[in-house]
Design a protein. Structure first.
Length: 245
């Protein structure tokens, strides 16, 4: 969906390939000389601050009169809304560039996180994955590992039929599945109370920071949570822990 937004911005103020029914006398010289982007007024509004929005603003809001960015300070952060007493781990992944973020996150999960889960033989593990494409990548990896007798898992995403959702939630609660995969859009639009959660792993910081306490408040005291992040997730992590931590 975000790729569609970027493509739309790329098409703004472009010259048409063929003449149709426009009144040439009403065209501005700035449009004919392809200088319209420098005079266009672009307004972006968002509930959250995200690196994708900042990148879009920097690339496509290039008015000659400058630009202004206003954002709310995330203090003290939504982490203060967590009720249970938990061990919360924030795992920073070091990546050389933004292009390597997805691969680095996936490799860290496969090489560091997943072997630990298999060795512990735990149940009640919720793996929260904000982006659907990351969800598909992890799901395919788990399917291959399931053939050799590793962890069993259930899945709930925005494309899962209602009947399958009920069955997967039941299997997870009765410990017939070790692991539950859940996407950010599934939680955002449904807000199911997933029973049987004993541990939560955030594959990446949630886009909406209030998701963090919402999920952690499903846990019991002395449970464990882990969140994987990179330097490019600064805005999401800041919204969770606040600016002063």
């Amino acid at each position: 969906n975000w790729d569609h937004v970027k493509n739309i911005f790329k098409c703004f103020n472009r010259m048409p390939k063929e003449y149709r029914d426009a009144d040439i006398t009403r065209l501005r010289m700035s449009s004919l000389s392809e200088q319209a982007p420098l005079l266009r007024q672009t307004l972006l509004f968002s509930q959250i601050t995200h690196v994708s929005l900042s990148s879009l603003f920097s690339r496509h809001a290039s008015n000659v009169y400058g630009r202004v960015k206003i954002q709310n300070l995330a203090s003290p952060g939504d982490i203060v809304r967590v009720v249970p007493q938990l061990k919360q781990y924030f795992l920073r992944l070091r990546v050389p560039s933004v292009r390597d973020v997805d691969d680095a996150r996936f490799e860290y999960f496969c090489n560091e996180v997943y072997p630990h889960l298999v060795g512990s033989n735990e149940n009640g593990i919720l793996l929260y994955i904000p982006e659907y494409f990351d969800f598909v990548r992890v799901r395919n990896f788990l399917r291959k590992r399931r053939k050799v007798g590793d962890l069993t898992f259930a899945q709930c995403c925005e494309y899962t039929p209602p009947g399958h959702i009920a069955r997967n939630r039941s299997n997870f609660f009765h410990e017939k599945r070790n692991l539950m995969l859940m996407t950010g859009r599934f939680h955002f639009f449904n807000r199911y109370v997933i029973r049987g959660i004993k541990r939560i792993i955030f594959y990446a910081p949630p886009v909406f920071s209030q998701t963090y306490p919402e999920l952690l408040n499903l846990l019991q005291n002395h449970s464990t949570t882990s969140l994987m992040f990179t330097k490019y997730d600064l805005y999401q992590v800041e919204a969770i822990v606040g600016r002063e931590m």
